[in-house]
Design a binder for this molecule. Structure first.
Ligand code: 5GP
Ligand code: MN
Length: 341
């Protein structure tokens, strides 16, 4: 994969570009895609953002989100568009399987494939791109790309709002270890161009339905199980429970982080029963590597402190595999805990 800045020749004339991101987009996936979309459009390219599936409400406010095509609803249109596309930018994921329904179509794309991403172990089939697990977010990498091109004057308020959203959420509101100097420098850079951070925090965190907060209360009080000995917590929820609180896509986002605020807990897991699979989110504090855990046991991956996975078994069977998995990691979990206290 050649570095992103070597795209400069290709991008020196107007191109037809598709920008896409992972299934179940979060603020970093959509924010980086729309930030890049606004930037490349200003540079004279013809761009289309395609999301594999529906965009959750908490990020629908992003400028131009109404122009995003949803692959699951517009398959034929996107497949035709791809035949006439010069470049595909893949953002906030590093293997086409992370786009679920779009995987085959993206694998078959004959044009230039570009990656901008901060997950570990990228697929080697991209032609150009930057893959840097040391970066907080894909939004930060898009910002770096714009600065590298000496285009800071093209950073509009629309771009700032999109990029700040992913920067803020992927750093856990500037508290995770990935919150580097460059993260704060970027936030300051966006503010100098007129961004008001408080309004983005409000749009993302203070716009939920009542059911979401009641669900949070319910799971923390009734569902969270803590294994103090192994420093691990798990929150399993069934489809019936998700339906009872009328949760929408994205409403369970972030719940996995709560158990980590308990002193003894260094590893947290959220398991939810969905239509076709069991979905899992993993978070850790300190050096317990959840990317490795997700890869080893649950067909997933991500970062060292935040990863996801899935299982095709029942909720109960998945919990049993999890219990076995944490037992196998007993020594590691205890060591990682000792490092923190
Ligand atoms: P979440 O728990 O929020 O769904 O995912 C946590 C992090 O892990 C996110 O950065 C997400 O993109 C990544 N992630 C989730 N599932 C997978 C997966 O199956 N493979 C890889 N490589 N990353 C994943
Ligand atoms: Mn991200």
């Amino acid at each position: 994969m050649k570095p992103l800045h070597e795209l400069v020749d290709i991008l020196s004339s107007p191109k037809k570009i598709i920008i896409t991101h992972h299934n179940n987009p979060d603020a970093d996936a959509l924010g980086s895609s729309l930030g890049l979309y606004h930037y490349l459009t200003q540079k004279g390219h013809s761009c289309q953002v395609v999301s594999p599936n529906t965009i959750p409400d908490f990020i629908l406010w992003m400028p131009a989100s109404e122009n995003v095509l949803i692959y699951e609803k517009s398959r034929v249109e996107v497949d035709i568009l791809l035949q006439n596309t010069d470049l595909v930018f893949s953002l906030d994921y590093n293997h086409n399987s992370r786009t679920h329904s779009m995987e085959a179509t993206l694998d078959a794309f004959q044009g230039v494939k570009v990656l901008i991403d901060h997950h570990l172990q990228p697929d080697t089939r991209f032609h150009y791109g930057n893959s840097n697990a040391g970066k907080s977010s894909t939004c930060e990498m898009v910002y770096d790309f714009i600065l590298e091109n000496k285009d800071e004057d093209l950073i509009t308020l629309d771009i700032s709002q999109c990029l700040y959203a992913g920067l803020m959420t992927d750093t856990g509101s500037f508290k995770f270890p990935c919150t580097t100097e460059s993260v704060h420098a970027m936030a300051a850079g966006l503010m100098l161009r007129g961004l008001e951070p408080a309004s983005i925090h409000t749009k993302i965190f203070d716009t939920f339905e009542e059911g979401r907060l009641r669900f949070l209360g319910f799971v923390l009080s009734e569902k969270m199980k803590i294994n103090t000995d192994l420093h691990a917590a798990i929150i399993p929820v069934s489809m019936e429970e998700l339906n009872r609180f009328q949760l929408k896509t994205g409403d369970t986002e972030g719940i996995v982080n709560y158990p980590l605020s308990i002193k003894e807990v260094i590893f947290s897991t959220f398991i939810s029963e969905r239509e076709n699979e069991i979905r899992m989110s993993f978070r850790s504090k300190g050096s317990f590597d959840v990317n490795q855990f997700a890869r080893t046991y649950f067909n997933g991956g991500g970062h060292a402190n935040a990863a996801g996975g899935r299982s095709k078994m029942s909720l109960q069977q998945t919990i049993e595999i999890y219990n076995k998995a944490i037992s196998e990691n007993e020594i590691k979990l205890k060591q990682c805990y000792e490092e923190l206290v």
